[in-house]
Design a protein around this ligand. Sequence first.
Ligand SMILES: [Zn+2]
Length: 296
Amino acid sequence: MSHDPLHPPLSEFALTTEETDAIKHALALHDSWKLEQVGMEPVRDTLKALRNRIKYFHLMRQKNLCCYCRSNLYGGGLFTIDREHIVPKSHCKPLTYEISNLSVACKRCNMEIKKNKTSLFHNPATIKDTHQDKDSYKIIHPNFEVYEDFISRTQLQEGTSVLVKFNKRKEDAKTEFTYEFFKLRELECNSFDAAQGLPQSTSTQTAIESSLVSIAQGDSIPLDTFISLIRQAATSESDDDQKNSSGINTLPKDEMNKFITAALELYAKSVNEQYTPIGHDRTLSLPAPRAQESDE
Ligand SMILES: [Zn+2]
C-alpha cells in the first residue's frame, strides 16, 4: 500500500462489527450504495451513519477542499459535497466502502467530469488489485499523495468577483493529467464571470480592475496607467475572441491568464509586505518575470 501522507491517517478509521456486517449486507445487493432500495432496510440507518462518518473523516483529511480541484466545499455556494469513489463503484463493487478508495469532491468534479470514467487508471482491468498503489493512477491520488506537492490553487476574492489560479509545482505526467482531466483551466477562466447578471466582458474587466485596485502596491507604474492597459487588453481584437451580444469583445484566454497571474503575484507580494489600504495616489509595479526555479 502506498504511503498515507494525510491526517488523520486512514489507519485510524475503524469499522464497528455492526458496520462491517452492514457493508457485507449491502455488497450482496444489486446497488450497494443506494440506500433507498428494496433489501437495504435492515442496514439503512447503520450505513447512513457510517457514510456521514466517512464524509467528515475525509473532509478533515482534505481540509474541507475538493480532492480534485481544491474548491472549498463549504464556501462555494454552488458546490455541494459528494462522497467520491476514486475507483468507481460501478467498476469495482468491493471497493464501495473501502476507506482508501473514498474521498470528498465537488459536484462539478465528481458528477460532471469524472463520473464513472476509468481512463484515469493506467490499467482499468487490474485496478481492483492495484488500487492501493498510487502509481496505478494518472491523477493525483486523494489519499496517497499531497495535492499541493503537484498543484497549488490560489484564490483572490474582491467582493463578488473571484480570481483563481492553479500553479503547477511539478513538471510531471500526474500534474498535467490532473490539470487537463479536471479542466482546471476552465475554472480559472470561469472565475472571472462570477459577478451575476453582468455581460461576460464587463464582469471580467470589473473583476480585474477591482482586484487590482485593492491589491495595488509598489511604485513603478501609476495605478491608472495599469488599469487602462488592462482595459485595452480586455477590449482588444484577437483572432479567436468573439463578440458578445452587446458588441464588446471578451477577453482572450491567454490575456486573461496573464492578468490573473499578474494580479495574484501582486496580491501575494502585498500580503508579504503587510498590505495596507491604498488611496488614489498609490501606484503599483508589474511583477518581474519569474526566475527559473532551481532544483532543491
Ligand atoms: Zn472539484
